[in-house]
Design a binder for this molecule. Structure first.
Ligand code: DOR
Ligand code: ZN
Length: 344
């Protein structure tokens, strides 16, 4: 049995309010606990994006009643709510900007990027969904404004190379990588069909490169993006895959294959995100690191009940989870009462 600090996932989509048929704060944070996460930060691309302090307040009030793990939130912007930034200064962990098309079509006009950066005078990261076509622009704006920039789910060699170069030049830039970009191959994606659709998409060459350059990656972020099976099967399937309950098992399997160390898991899933977002949490997990298990979507806590890793044999079962010394998860059972943990 190994003990680790409660893991932090700085990138989840728990879909509430607006799309509670996909996930809600209870199922989403239950999935977090089962996966060893005691703190998650939720994205603003809800059905009605979180771009006003009022919408943020309402979202937090719903969360407060449902959560079984601690949670924080990001603010969103399309460049037309700059006056709201000051109001949410102490209410969020950062600002999320989408520069490419993905679920919700909540995408900013490239020309407004600099204007949004200049208006954001909060010393917390600006997170960007910035793929290949816009990474230069983001690095340029980061250079001009010197504002903390976190590039979400890096997924190509070229982008990671550019980020490494910017880091070496001293820019305040960080990046995260998802478990699906680390572990899924084009072959898996083919088999998954529309269930394997996510943004950014998988690039086989990247996985090999990122494993060799992991020291430049600041955190692992699941990009837990639940959509229900009928939606994924439909003519216009939404982008995204769930990830909260499989990430640690995939990483511990990599440890058993000598591809990773426990120390590195702690850096990528706790120290890295804690430092990036200034999180201090008194939480710990006990993991049976040798226990093998097979991923079965129907047994997951996430409301979408499927996984892109269906049938995979993973390693390491989360046995006990403690938040502020209280046992909140015990051998597959959530013990915390909805609303008993904190919105931070
Ligand atoms: O695949 C994705 N799904 N990528 C994103 O950037 C958003 C996410 C979602 O919200 O479903
Ligand atoms: Zn995302």
């Amino acid at each position: 049995m190994i003990t680790l600090p409660g893991l932090i996932d700085p990138h989840v989509h728990l879909r509430t309010p607006g799309q509670t048929h996909k996930e809600d704060f209870l199922t989403g944070t239950s999935a977090a606990l089962a996966g060893g996460y005691t703190f998650v930060i939720d994205m603003p691309n809800n059905a009605i994006p979180i771009t006003t302090s009022k919408l943020l307040k309402e979202k937090k009030e719903i969360a407060r009643k449902q959560i079984v793990a601690d949670i924080g939130f990001y603010f969103g912007s399309l460049g037309d709510n700059l006056e709201e930034f000051a109001k949410v200064r102490n209410q969020v962990f950062g600002l999320k900007l989408f520069l490419n098309k993905t679920t919700g079509n909540f995408i900013i006009n490239k020309k407004s990027l600099i204007k949004i950066y200049e208006a954001y005078n909060i010393n917390k990261p600006i997170l960007v969904h910035a793929e290949e076509d816009v990474i230069d622009l983001v690095i340029d704006v980061c250079k001009k404004t010197k504002k903390k920039t976190h590039v979400c789910h890096v997924s190509t060699i070229e982008s990671l190379q550019k980020i490494i170069k910017a880091k070496k030049a001293g820019l305040p830039i960080t990046c995260g990588v998802t478990p699906h970009h680390l572990f899924l191959t084009k072959k898996d994606i083919k088999k998954l069909g529309t269930f394997g659709l996510m943004k950014p998409r998988i690039d086989d060459a990247f996985s090999e490169f990122v494993w060799k350059n992991l020291k430049w990656v600041d955190c692992i972020e699941s990009d837990h993006a639940p959509h229900i099976a009928s939606e994924k099967r439909s003519k216009q399937p939404p982008f995204g895959v769930p990830g909260l309950e499989t990430t640690l098992g995939l990483l511990l399997r990599a440890v058993s294959q000598d591809c990773l160390s426990i120390k590195e898991i702690k850096r990528l899933c706790y120290d890295g995100p804690a430092k990036l977002f200034g999180i201090k949490q008194n939480a710990r997990i006990e993991v049976d690191e040798n226990q093998e298990w097979i991923v079965e979507g129907s047994k997951l806590f996430t409301k979408c009940k499927w996984s892109p890793f269906e049938g995979w044999k993973l390693k390491g079962r989360v046995r006990k989870v403690y938040i502020r010394n209280r046992l909140v998860f015990d051998n597959g059972k959530v013990l915390a009462k909805p609303g008993s943990t904190k919105v931070l």
